[in-house]
Design a binder for this molecule. Structure first.
Ligand SMILES: Cc1cc2nc3c(=O)[nH]c(=O)nc-3n(C[C@H](O)[C@H](O)[C@H](O)COP(=O)(O)O)c2cc1C
Length: 181
């Protein structure tokens, strides 16, 4: 079992990364592996809205040849895709938007949906009380199904957990998710 993870947080050991690490523990218990990429380390341009990806007469992947393509080509060869993003001012942060906007080139109205149907976990962390952003993040999560992912969980984590402590249940849940991939 091979998983690819994209972390949109700039924090190398923040809440998103910690949760991904717990999921990875579950993956590794089952003999699998997880490869992590931080959006901040990648060369990724914003969607240029050129709509080349929507031209069904001349099918093409996103014509911007950068690290988005590199990562999504890896996802296409993997069994699972994990995407972790923090909330900034009520929405996913800028790095999350940058990456997710490029999914426009892979939706149902393009020839570029993922054909391997990877299991997908969408992690969203924030400081507000647990569940505060559920409606927002569940709507955003639909994009993953639209690009061909098999979305198995939207993990919405409030109260600055797990770094704020008191999170045994969360840790066990994250590990069990990893075991399911
Ligand atoms: C610029 C900025 C804006 C934030 N805005 C919000 C917010 O509007 N609502 C909220 O609940 N948390 C907000 N937070 C808190 C983060 O979402 C939270 O600490 C998150 O778990 C950080 O994840 P990370 O440690 O992986 O970066 C904000 C944090 C920053 C740095």
């Amino acid at each position: 079992m091979k998983a690819v993870t994209v972390i949109a947080s700039p924090r190398r050991n923040g809440n998103c990364k910690r949760i991904v690490d717990y999921i990875a523990e579950g993956i590794e218990e089952n003999g699998g592996s997880n490869e992590i990429f931080f959006v901040d380390d990648m060369n990724i341009k914003g969607c240029q809205a050129c709509k080349a990806c929507k031209n069904m007469e001349k099918p093409t992947k996103c014509i911007i040849n950068d690290d988005f393509r590199v990562i999504m080509d890896k996802v296409e060869k993997s069994d699972a895709f994990i995407f972790a993003v923090p909330n900034y001012f009520g929405e996913i942060n800028a790095q999350g938007h940058l990456f997710m906007d490029r999914f426009y080139s892979m939706t149902k109205t393009t020839p570029n949906q993922l054909t391997n149907y990877p299991k997908c976990i969408f992690v969203h962390t924030y400081g507000a009380s647990a569940g505060h952003y559920d409606e927002y993040i569940n709507k955003r999560a639909k994009v993953f199904s639209s690009i061909g992912c098999n979305l198995i969980e939207v993990l919405s984590v409030g109260e600055n957990k797990p770094t704020s402590g008191d999170c045994d249940e969360l840790i066990e849940h994250a590990r069990s998710l990893g075991r399911k991939l």
